[in-house]
Design a binder for this molecule. Sequence first.
Ligand SMILES: [Zn+2]
Length: 385
Amino acid sequence: MRKVLILALLLCGSAFMAVSQEVDRDRSKYAVNNFADNDIYTMYEPYATVKVNEPDGRKVKNIILMIGDGMGLEQISAAWVCNGGSLNLDNFSKIGIQRTYSANKLVTDSAAAGTALATGHKTNNGMISMNPDSVAVKSLAEEAMEKGKRAGAAVTCRVNDATPSVFFSHSSTRKNQEDIVAQMASSGVYFLSGGGIKYWNDREDGRDITAEIQEKGYSFASTKEELMAVEEGPVVALMAPTELPFALDRDGILPSSVEKALQLLDNKKGFFLMVEGSMIDDGGHDNKAGHTMEEIFDFDRTIGKVLEWAEKDGQTLVIVTGDHATGGMTLLSGSIDQKRIKVNFSTTGHNGICLPVYAWGPHSEDFVGVYENTELSDKIRKLIK
Ligand SMILES: [Zn+2]
């Protein structure tokens, strides 16, 4: 905080800026700029990105699907500018485009988009891995577990929010939170990390599902430190009552959790891991450029960790995409040298643009082209063996 203030004074030389920082403490973390200007952001501490070589082999043993919730190409482009013209995403050379509309809406929500990505079925907004007739459809995680692989998810929202839910439960509505948690707990998930402990142990039905899973042999962690100390799966880590804190208050939980996930999931038969940068979406809904950027940086740092691991492994396919874009963000101006952007938001909701698909590793070339979000899921499913 002090560092941010000094920087603000040095760089802006404006007493007004410093005062506004102090009045608005939490938000000040997201911009050395006056945060009243939600449409501008300057990055003062860019991070180093990794450079990895894609393996030559053809075998896909592990699949890591990374979903930036609310992350469209505008958000990615803006983040690239803010980090001085570099992202870990730059390592990907096989790029596709996916269409995101749901069965009943041109502009999807995370439940329908997640269902499409997880199962290969378009459904109505709000539904969790069921088709529009409320028939359950099999997710990629379930497919992987059927084939003897381990499956997991690491997110920054509550683990029972739409995107993780679609991989480990089925419901006609995303609002059935307690039922979704009960299903996730008995799904066979090997690694699950995020927030939402209150849906597990402070329930209307009186169950304590954190106790139940421990009886079944799961390790349980309620803090990042506890999760880092776990040496054997299966594990469930619920590190906040509901959502985890925003990126700058999260102490790198996502990259650390994913490193732990890779350590625990790795086994002879391989694994399927879904990683979500869940709160890029929140920055879009709130129309805050700084918040959006910091969430993407956290997600991209995690991508860097994943790529370094996958490079060593040599049999891991990594896919990065979004479920929908949020905020109708437009990159209006800025400077790569000054790591600064000015953007416009045109909605506080989601928007309906197509999204990029980044593929890296064996069979990454399968993902080049223009296709439906459901076809992206089908392409991944073919590689789960
Ligand atoms: Zn959203």
